[in-house]
Ligand binder design. Structure first.
Ligand code: PRP
Ligand code: URA
Length: 209
């Protein structure tokens, strides 16, 4: 079974409260999501392998640690996942970025895939699937399946808010995938929206609807 890591640092909780607030405007929503993504990047990269290199300080020669090259790939799920990419790249600028286009059909709630573009060396990287919302889990499971079908094996999932139903769905379908979230909410409503949640992440991020 994959891990569920709740990144509940006070800074993340503070910013997430403003993200949830229906009176937060589009620009502030985007800025806050960007900031939380940066803070979560710190936690999700905690176990990235290091290699030793020599370093000459002004005082002496020493051994330093650096992150091994070509390690990471970020895979935002369009649209809303895009809003977390720049925040993560601030801390891990050498990551490559692939894209998976999916939307949740409004009637069936089933994911509909419309676009996939991955780095050519995706199978050699640890991939982080990024999507602010893990509701039924259909979109996340489909995105992870898309990566696995193309030979990718090291996959993590990073979301802002998850419903218990979504966590259970990913754990069941992809027990090898660790999930990093900022908050575990109470439930889904009759339309598959997370309660209390933040509403429709894509619409709030891009000012649509
Ligand atoms: C939202 C969200 C996830 C999905 C979560 O995207 O960003 O991708 O719903 O729901 P699920 O866990 O039940 O699949 P949406 O389908 O609204 O597309 P958008 O980002 O293009 O608005
Ligand atoms: N997608 C969203 O954007 N929000 C939800 O609460 C559920 C799915």
């Amino acid at each position: 079974m994959g891990k569920l890591v709740v990144c509940d640092h006070p800074l993340i909780q503070h910013k997430l409260t403003h993200i949830r607030d229906k009176n937060t405007n589009t620009k502030d929503f985007r800025d806050l999501v960007d900031e939380v993504a940066t803070l979560m990047a710190y936690e999700i990269t905690r176990d990235v392998p290091l290699q030793s290199i020599p370093v000459e300080t002004p005082v002496t020669e020493a051994e330093g640690k650096v992150i091994s090259g070509r390690m990471l790939g970020l895979i935002p799920v369009l649209r809303a996942g895009l809003g977390m990419v720049d925040g993560m790249l601030k801390l891990i600028p050498s990551a490559k970025v692939g894209h998976i286009g999916l939307f949740r059909h409004p009637d069936t709630l089933e994911p509909v895939e419309y676009y996939v573009n991955l780095p050519s060396d995706a199978t050699e990287r640890m991939l982080i699937v990024i999507d602010p919302m893990l509701a039924t889990g259909g979109s996340a499971c489909a995105a992870i399946e898309t990566l696995k079908q193309r030979g990718c094996a090291q996959i993590k999932l990073m979301c802002l808010i998850a419903a218990p139903e979504g966590v259970a769905a990913v754990h069941q379908a992809h027990p090898d995938v660790d999930i990093y979230i900022a908050a575990l909410d109470e439930k889904l409503d009759d339309h598959g929206y997370i309660v209390p949640g933040l509403g429709d992440a894509g619409d709030r991020m891009y000012g649509t609807k």
